[in-house]
Design a protein around this ligand. Structure first.
Ligand code: NAD
Length: 488
């Protein structure tokens, strides 16, 4: 336990109109450090009254308030200032994130680089979103412009709290929306601190509100609030259904970023050493609790033994530890998640799915920490849950395939379609296979690419809809006004 990673005192409140407020119900929730299994902070258990207050403040800011009157260039400058403030506070933010989520310090530091980059990118983009002129009837001049929705609601998960905050509010603010954020109850200290930093760099009142609390209370109150204009959600498919239902009741739109079971398709002619090390490292990043984790490795039959040997060798060397130990991965987020993953292990054992290798847990980690040693399984039978279900933990499944057609069929053989990778030095084949895969992002001879802030990201199939990141996010978090002028 580190004295200097104490949660901010102010994190006990809800952040509205650039100030901390006590939650209306006066209740708090404990925050547990996953690497220690002990409570180290408290957050407000925000509820419907706080959400209502936040939405009212946002509405006022968006319509007639200083925020709503700002030019796109001024908004961009504020976002850029925020990026610089995040860089200046990166070490403190990284420590807070690491304590709250359990992730190794190097991963938390990388998360802060990415978070700052979101605001840098969207700060630069804010005044570069242009409309069109449309040829129409004689005597008419028609133009379109991108306008904000107004008040946007953002419900985010616990796996990358700071990055998720940047990813969702960065483009929303760039377009001029006022944002109300409901971070996850399991890890929300950096979103609260980032909102505070926004006030410090000069964002006007109401541009941002953060209401922490339970999903079924604050989350449900926000997504069902009658005066929000759009919902951006990242989380589980089950809650995604609730969010989309709430949006439908209000006749508003939403983007859903849900889970994945993203495949790596590995052909024998690939650089197998590079592939194995990228696959293993990206799989255990954030202890496998990454929606875009490449958790299925589909291997050409002829190369199966070679690939499995290379992957097992790497998995066998992986070590889980505390944030300060800074090993390959940290603990998972909570006891429930650990139990859920161990359930997969137990069922795999019952079904005699072979374990190819296991990593280890470093000596000296606290007894109460939620550590899981990474595991690689193979060959996983096609119908087995390890081949199809998202584990959201440091678990990799390997399955052999016969030929290209079989690889594509297998890659598309789950409900999900978030990311994929094809590994081959035959360029034509790599492109051909990549174009057959239904996924929002497909890599060739690479994976992950450090967050790829510039690259449109989102799901096909049950991984969700709508796009975040890149310019695509600016389009999805705004709407079009068409002005039709009759000039005779
Ligand atoms: P979750 O769906 O339980 O929670 C996500 C958020 O929704 C949290 O803030 C939670 O408080 C809130 N929530 C819960 N119940 C709610 C309700 N009834 N109404 C409104 N809000 C509610 O997901 P999680 O456990 O935090 O995250 C794990 C899941 O998220 C995984 O399935 C993972 O794949 C997915 N995920 C997807 C992405 C992506 O970009 N596609 C990114 C991260 C996580």
């Amino acid at each position: 336990m580190n004295a200097h990673t104490k949660a901010p005192e102010a994190a006990k409140g809800v952040f509205i109109d650039n100030r901390w407020h006590k939650p209306a119900n006066g209740r708090t929730l404990p925050v547990v450090a996953p690497a220690e299994g002990v409570v180290f902070a408290e957050i407000a258990a925000g509820g419907a009254e706080d959400v209502d207050r936040a939405v009212k403040a946002a509405r006022k800011a968006a319509e007639g308030g200083a925020w709503g009157r700002m030019s796109a260039t001024e908004r961009g400058r504020l976002l850029t200032k925020l990026a610089l403030a995040i860089e200046a506070n990166a070490e403190d933010l990284a420590r807070l994130e690491a304590r709250d989520t359990g992730k190794p310090m190097k991963q938390a530091r990388a998360d802060m680089v990415a978070t700052a980059r979101y605001f840098e990118f969207y700060g630069g983009a804010a005044d570069k979103v242009h409309g069109e002129t449309i040829p129409f009837l004689p005597g008419y001049f028609v133009t379109t412009e991108r306008v904000p929705f107004g008040v946007t609601a953002h419900v985010i998960p616990w796996n990358y709290p700071a990055q998720m905050f940047g990813r969702t509010v960065g483009p929303a603010l760039a377009m001029g929306n006022a944002c109300v954020v409901k971070p996850a109850e399991d890890a929300c200290l950096t979103p609260l601190r980032l909102a505070e930093l926004m006030a410090e760099v000069g964002f006007p009142e109401g541009a941002i509100a953060v209401v922490p609390g339970l999903g079924e209370e604050a989350g449900a109150a926000l997504s069902g609030h009658p005066d929000i204009d759009f919902i951006s959600f990242t989380g589980s498919p089950e809650v995604g259904t609730l969010i989309q239902t709430a949006a439908a009741r209000n006749h508003i739109g939403c983007t859903l970023e849900l889970g994945g079971k993203s495949p790596h398709v590995v052909f024998g002619d690939a650089d197998l050493d590079t592939a194995a090390s990228v696959i293993a490292n990206t799989m255990v990043q954030n202890a496998g609790q990454t929606c875009s984790a490449g958790s299925r490795v589909l291997v050409e039959k002829a190369a199966y033994e070679r690939v499995v040997t290379a992957l097992a060798d790497r998995f066998g060397k992986l070590v889980a530890g505390t944030p300060e130990m800074d090993r390959d991965l940290g603990p998972v987020i909570n006891a429930t998640q650990k139990k859920r993953i161990e359930g997969f292990f137990a069922r795999a054992e019952e079904g005699s799915v072979p374990v190819l290798a296991s990593g280890t847990i470093a000596a000296g980690v606290p007894d109460g920490g939620f550590f899981v040693a990474p595991r690689i399984y193979g060959p996983v039978p096609r119908g087995n849950e390890l081949a199809n279900k998202e584990v959201f933990g440091p678990v990799l499944s390997v399955l052999p395939f016969e030929d290209e057609a079989d690889a594509v069929r297998l890659a598309n053989g789950t409900d999900y379609g978030l990311m994929a990778a094809v590994w081959s030095h035959d360029g034509n084949r790599a492109v051909r296979v990549s174009r057959g895969i239904k996924a929002g992002q497909v890599y060739i001879n690479a994976f992950g690419a450090g967050g790829g802030i510039e690259l449109p990201f989102g799901g096909m199939k049950k991984s969700g809809h709508g796009r975040e990141k890149g310019f695509a996010a600016l389009h999805d978090i705004s709407t079009i006004r068409t002005t039709i002028i009759k000039h005779g």
